[in-house]
Ligand binder design. Sequence first.
Ligand SMILES: Nc1ncnc2c1ncn2[C@@H]1O[C@H](COP(=O)(O)OP(=O)(O)OP(=O)(O)O)[C@@H](O)[C@H]1O
Ligand SMILES: [Mg+2]
Length: 436
Amino acid sequence: MQWTPEHAQWPEQHFDITSTTRSPAHKVEAYRGHLQRTYQYAWANDDISALTASNLLKKYAEKYSGILEGPADRPVLSSYSDAPSGLVNGRKNDGEPWQPPLASDAVYPLSCVPEVLAAGKAGLRAPTSAGHAADEQLKGAEPHLLDLVSSEIIAQGPPLDWADIAGLDLVKAVLKEEVLWPVLRSDAFSGLTASPRSILLFGPRGTGKTLLGRCLAGQLGATFFKIAGSGLVAKWLGEAEKIIHASFLVARCRQPAVIFVSDIDVLLSAQVSEEHSPVSRMRTEFLMQLDTVLTSAEDQIVVICATSKPEEIDESLRRYFMKRLLIPLPDSTARHQMIVQLLSQHNYCLSDKEFALLVQRTEGFSGLDVAHLCQEAAVGPLHAMPATDLSAIMPGQLRPVTYQDFENAFCKIQPSISQKELDMYVEWNKMFGCSQ
Ligand SMILES: Nc1ncnc2c1ncn2[C@@H]1O[C@H](COP(=O)(O)OP(=O)(O)OP(=O)(O)O)[C@@H](O)[C@H]1O
Ligand SMILES: [Mg+2]
């Protein structure tokens, strides 16, 4: 959307700081709340760029600074204007480098608990009472577990924009309308319209489930916790239960947070039999934590679970997921977008007709299959060079990628999902899914 003169009015409408505000501390709190909501509103509504939002907020911060009495109040204000972390940084394409909600060097050296607490409090939101309790519990947590959460579970990296994920328009719309907005505007969405805190993304492997989780976290300005269900079992079985506990604990201190659990079937499979086995303890811990998230009205934590085997989830546990969304194979438009995007960094020579053929021939491919196919085709020009010339070749000297390279790639890369599996997802979606 374009910036228009009407936008000049929204800060005034949202900055209703009046003389009825009682104490300086109260004023600061009120100011913070208004600042945050205004910021979030404009950013989420895509009305203005991050830079414009930031400039406007600075302008209004100056204007309203007069009502804030006492030197002790000022640092609170300047911490917002100096470090508009989270949401603004969560926007892409505004010419500003993205930073995670907390600067990466603020991601704690976890042997030091006070720093952990400080980092947790540096987020946009004021800590909730559950957040305070989590802060306290964090003091007693095992440092090596916190270290592990910091290094292996909290994902760093640039945020994704919705446009970075090809296709999946329906799912993106649901996530924006039913999760993103209600979290950003929790003041407006409450009761029955409150955000679903637990979502199951199911569908074939390599279709963008993880990308969606990452994107949602970025758009929320949330810390992204990425737990691999299979990794817990394979790498950390002995400690998996404690790792889950520690991840949720840190998430409570680092709100807003998105906890993404891939291969959730590993934890919630109906096959888990022995009552006190490590997997069963892991499951119990996860469900306990999930339950707390679902019943806490004030915490801003969204749990997104993903699976390519939804049928393995114990049927009594399906109810834990308030939204169950099928992530299907990419349609022709999405495959076209992906191929164009993947080839954009390469020199290629493909006619419109050849593009159309590629889109047609990749029917049944997952996004990951398409990526593999393009990778394989892109190395075609390199394979065509005599080995002796490779050491001296400059990138610009390579011949363009052609349709023949794709012909060769098709011999090696096949769709990885069978029709039988696809039928199963459709059936499961009909029975238990939320998108038809
Ligand atoms: N819709 C998409 N748009 C762009 N790229 C995609 C899309 N779907 C898949 N990809 C490509 O496939 C890769 C894997 O995607 P992702 O990890 O999100 O899949 P997934 O559904 O989580 O798979 P799994 O079930 O194996 O965990 C991405 O890094 C990207 O290259
Ligand atoms: Mg994944």
